[in-house]
Design a protein around this ligand. Sequence first.
Ligand code: NAD
Length: 486
Amino acid sequence: MGLLDESLWSGMVYSDGWREANGGVRDVVEPATGAKLGTVGVANATDVATAAAGAAKAQRAWAATPFQERAAILRRAGDIVMANLDELHWWIIREAGSVPAKAGLETHVTAQELYEAATLPSQPRGSLLQSEQPRLSFARKVPVGVVGVIAPFNVAMILGIRSVAPALALGNAVVFKPDPRTAVSGGVSFARIFEEAGLPPGVLHVLPGGADAGEALVADPHVRVISFTGSTAAGRKVGELGARHLKRVHLELGGNSAIIVLDDVDVERAASAGAFGSFLHQGQICMTTGRHLVHEKVADQYIELLSAKAAALPVGDPAREQVALGPIIDAAQRDKIHQLVTSSVEGGATLTAGGTFEGLFYRPTVLTNVQKDTPAYANEVFGPVAPVMRFSTVEEAAELAAATEYGLSLGIMTRDPLKGLALADLIPTGIVHINDQTVSDEAQIPFGGVGDSGTGSRFGGSTANIDAFTETQWVTMRSEIPPYPF
Ligand code: NAD
């Protein structure tokens, strides 16, 4: 029987074992064909309350489990990912409309996240402090208790596991709410992986559900820390609700990341990198290159190359054809993309490639003659759209790149990397790649954005993960109770 054999999970949620949800069931739909792939359970607020209470109960024993045992479970989970790549890829390709290479990247980073998390239980967890009193004084990092994790559809495995794995490793219980559109690859898969790895029941709950379930999770009194990845609009609501309930909330949100192409580059390479940054996974990545800022000396050549690439890239069903782009996740997202493109053209922008769709298959699109307020340039499109803006000086490029409420990723292409780094200093952003496009992720790096891209929290690497998923506790110890004046 395979890891994700339907008979194990069909129509159910994972909460102290597999069980029916109060929120009912939902079809899992393949965006490329509209075919039904299966049925998942859908959680509502009642399911969340039951799960959070169960998680709080299970957490104490889990935190007290010897560190080597917790590490071994995380390592086994990584091994289970690696042993089941074909099945996991099948689901990522079919359910999320990913091309195989993106599915491969997703499972690779997921396994690495698990192996990195496996190193956390054995890390030093505190510091010895000076004290004015005759006592031992130290600060130690303790689990927060129950962590609530909310993730989006686009790179569902990575964006869930990057919080679920370190939170578990550090002795927390987790209630995880994946997006219902990718509930199998980004939800059921985790439950099955950790079930097989030997995680005790009740420590991880996986509850696919909508915004109502997400809000119930944020408000639940058992949940002390929330890790949210998704749009800035929903993140704002999560932040507001979390503040009302005095929760610690980590927010990883939207972006409108720029690449800056200076006039000294290999334009062919730059256009290829730019195309990858804008069109990988149909532009449905938070770090997608949403703005191409190109020096006027090389702009014509860059636009010609980028447009030719866009026109030539095959778009279709990634499960049945060799394509570069698969489908958009659903019709609502496709309509949002098309509305931003058509309103941009109505406002004076020029289409040099794409701008059309068939079903959920949106052609890679290049827009030129854009202004600062052109809708597809000024907003996060979350689709395969590359708006190109010309600049004439480095100062102007810096000003254009910084003129956004977001601050997730930045690419700067130049033959002079130090000049690139000096330019990066002028632009607020959580991630900078000199001589690369904007999309990149590795399990051991501190990932995160600034401005409306997030609260500046970071995931990845032991320092960031320990900060994100523990509390600091001050402890003193004396050999006897001191005398007091009363
Ligand atoms: P979304 O905000 O609509 O949904 C994300 C998740 O939040 C889903 O699980 C959804 O059910 C849940 N949710 C929605 N409203 C909620 C609420 N009020 N309370 C609690 N939970 C709620 O996001 P989307 O549009 O489906 O995903 C794409 C967005 O995510 C883009 O803006 C993208 O840039 C962003 N994103 C950011 C990162 C990052 O690391 N910074 C990574 C990937 C995606």
